[in-house]
Design a protein around this ligand. Structure first.
Ligand SMILES: Cc1ncc(COP(=O)(O)O)c(C=O)c1O
Length: 383
């Protein structure tokens, strides 16, 4: 298998969220988290075959689909789950909001490590719940979660921790001992953990290994909601297909009840199910090639960004997102500055730190190099 990730495929005029933002401007879009790559050929063929059938009625997540997830989690993460723990959903942001509303009552508190993918910050507010934030801190050059700060802020009203692992935007993959420390704290204070692991199949640093939070102990298993999806790994975000794994029957029942009448039952996820089956059955060779391409883009970007005065980037352990510190440039609005230079990044403010920018390197190398040249030129003009 030799997928072509180098050719720049024109995504304009395809209603792409990422590309349409700048459709009449010369701005390279490296913001929202989807990749510019065509998905695996087996997925495309499987979707085409299903389309050819011509009947697109309500569809159930069948036994084959559940079995593929069970096998995948066993093979990749040595985590054995039961098919009945699976809850299919049209997206992970939906799942985050359902987790908040089913675990914490109105007025109760949700803990959120910051910076983080912005729907984590919004979910408590949208549900009328309170939130406390705990900071990721750079210690000896590595991003670490300050658990002392978290413990100091926890009250008897705190019911849930929203974890993002691998982390978006800083790219950390939490080690088993970091997860164990989180579990010890959550056990002590009776917190449920909702662990968003959507980026778990995109490990770039081969010395890292993804460990599902729920697999760390029996207590974690019984007090957790794990969120996963093929959407990031196989570039299927437009299909809206995700799943939660909720081993605790009572918690699962509350989660399902919260969805009733608001979030569609999963019977309208036909194409998402079709794509997921093909991805999990046949997508592994493509995923490995994609990872190699991303690793090469990452290594290039790390060197190039850290060679630009005033910009700093840490190695990314997982995801195709770089979290770039622009504080030394002392710009009023770093996002606007680079947008005016022709590169559309995600503003760090959105994630909770205005000094940073998030760059999506899930694109062809040629496009990435052009973007870096623009970034470099803009910085040299002001330094
Ligand atoms: C950590 C994380 N969770 C959830 C999502 C979005 O998931 P969905 O499109 O299924 O709502 C993203 C997208 O970037 C993400 O990075």
């Amino acid at each position: 298998m030799n997928p072509d990730f180098d050719t720049l495929i024109d995504r304009r005029h395809t209603s792409s969220l990422k590309w349409d933002r700048y459709k009449n401007k010369d701005v390279i879009p490296l913001w929202v988290a989807d990749m510019d790559f065509r998905t695996a050929p087996e997925i495309i063929e499987s979707l085409a075959r299903r389309i050819d059938h011509g009947i697109f009625g309500y569809t159930v997540p069948d036994e084959e689909l559940s079995q593929l997830v069970v096998e995948r989690l066993h093979n990749l993460y040595q985590w054995d789950i039961q098919p009945e723990w699976l809850v299919w959903l049209p997206g992970l942001v939906t799942a985050l909001n359902l987790a908040v509303r089913s675990v914490a009552k109105e007025g109760e508190t949700v803990a959120v490590p910051v910076p983080v993918y912005y729907p984590f910050l919004m979910a408590p507010k949208l549900g009328g719940r309170q939130s406390i934030s705990v900071n990721w801190q750079k210690i000896n050059g590595t991003w670490r979660l300050d658990l002392n700060e978290l413990e100091n802020k926890i009250t008897t009203d705190t019911k849930l921790l929203l974890l993002c692992n691998p982390q978006n935007p800083n790219g950390r993959v939490l080690t088993p001992s970091e997860l164990k420390a989180i579990e010890t704290l959550c056990h002590k204070h009776s917190l449920v953990v909702c662990s968003d692991e959507v980026h778990c199949d995109i490990i770039l640093d081969q010395t890292c290994k993804h460990t599902p939070y729920a697999s760390i102990s029996q207590h974690a298993l019984d007090h957790s909601i794990t969120l996963m999806s093929p959407s990031k790994t196989f570039n299927l975000a437009g299909f809206g297909c995700a799943f939660a794994i909720i081993p605790n029957g009572e918690l699962r029942h509350r989660f399902q009840n919260t969805r009733k009448g608001i979030v569609p039952a999963p019977d309208n996820m036909l194409m998402g199910f079709t794509a997921t089956k093909a991805a999990y059955r046949h997508g592994e060779p493509w995923r490995q090639c994609m990872l190699e391409y991303l690793r090469s883009n990452h290594n290039y970007l790390l060197k190039a960004i850290n060679a630009i005065p005033g910009l700093r980037m840490n190695p990314v352990e997982a995801t195709y997102l770089a979290w770039i510190d622009a504080s030394k440039l002392q710009l009023d609005d770093p996002h606007r500055f680079f947008e005016e230079a022709g590169v559309g990044l995600s503003p760090g403010a959105q994630f909770g730190d205005a000094n940073f920018l998030r760059l999506n390197f899930g694109c062809s190398r040629a496009l990435l190099e052009t973007a870096v040249e623009r970034i470099k030129k803009a910085v040299y003009k002001i330094t």
